[in-house]
Design a protein around this ligand. Structure first.
Ligand code: CO8
Length: 265
């Protein structure tokens, strides 16, 4: 485990090829202060440098109240426009780095995911939330707009109409409504989050890592580039799979009517 001032990065739980990044300031509902952003950057450096050994990343918050309750309002209130620009640029870049990891990233949402907290979760691949969780982009109620990717990612996920409803009114919704809107992939009982994450990891870790990474990149392309470019990315990722032993193993196992054993090669 690597302990930072505001978060921890665990490399051996539940397995050595799964990293868990846990925001660790429950008394502040894990708000994203400048210190958190600095630690997040250092943690991501470590995650990227061990990327070849990793099969999945889980992001969560400590305590039982919040995933991340947004950017630190006590710091933002003092920011000049130019300070805000560099802070926001940094947050956007960090969330982009999370989105671009070639391993699946699970946001384990254990309470409030508001503002920058939801924006962080939207940069993850699979969002699992407890029933009591509350999500939203309430920035307009603070005189701000979602600006760590929220206007772009939420709109791509729920469409223009629902994104406008949520962002222009700043509404906070519970996990079940967020599930119905397609923001959350799975809602679980409050004491079942760890079990649900483990079960999701078990499903993912049985499969071919290069294929999972390629599928993720191709799906993201569907949201970000024109169809012709997206199809090209899909083609390249598929061809890349044909260069792996895992593809031969997966197909041979099917033909031989046995379970495939993937190695990530
Ligand atoms: N920033 C700073 N401190 C916070 C934040 C936050 N976002 N959220 C909670 N806290 C602190 C509270 O101030 C409180 O501290 P203290 O005990 O010292 O008074 C502690 O956490 C516990 O919070 P509450 O007492 O308020 O707990 P409640 O259960 O009463 O309420 C809520 C919980 C509903 C989550 C409430 O705390 C709340 O509304 N928090 C703010 C949520 C919010 O508006 N988030 C969006 C922020 S804007 C944003 O994220 C923009 C992202 C990118 C922009 C960057 C611009 C430069």
């Amino acid at each position: 485990m690597v302990k930072f001032e505001t978060l921890e990065l665990i490399f051996d739980s539940p397995r050595e090829d799964v990293a868990t990044l846990r925001f660790n300031q429950p008394e502040l509902l894990n708000a994203l202060s400048k210190a958190v952003v600095k630690d997040l950057q250092a943690a991501l450096d470590q995650i990227e440098s061990s990327a070849s050994l990793l099969r999945a990343l889980v992001i969560t918050g400590s305590g039982d109240r919040a995933f991340v309750a947004g950017a630190d309002i006590t710091e933002m209130v003092k920011m000049t426009p130019s300070e805000a620009r560099s802070y926001l640029r940094r947050l956007q870049q960090l969330f982009n780095r999370i989105e671009r990891l070639r391993v699946p990233v699970i946001a384990a949402i254990n309470g409030y995911a508001l503002g920058g907290g939801l924006e962080l979760a939207l940069a993850c691949d699979i969002r699992i939330a407890t029933e009591k969780s509350v999500v939203g982009l309430p920035e307009v109620s603070l005189g701000l707009i979602p600006s760590a990717g929220g206007t772009q990612r939420l709109t791509r996920i729920v469409g223009e109409s629902m994104a406008k409803l949520m962002i222009l009114t700043g509404e906070r919704i519970n996990a079940t409504i967020a599930y119905e809107r397609g923001i959350i992939a799975k809602v679980v009982k409050d004491d079942q989050l760890d079990a649900a994450v483990d079960s999701m990891l078990n499903s993912l870790l049985k499969l071919a890592p290069v294929a999972i990474g390629g599928a993720k990149i191709a799906i993201q392309a569907a949201l970000n580039v024109p169809m012709t470019s997206g199809l090209e990315i899909e083609l390249n990722e598929a061809v890349n799979c044909f260069g792996t032993k895992d593809l031969r193993e997966g197909m041979t196992a099917f033909i031989e009517k046995r379970k495939a054993k993937f190695t990530g090669n």
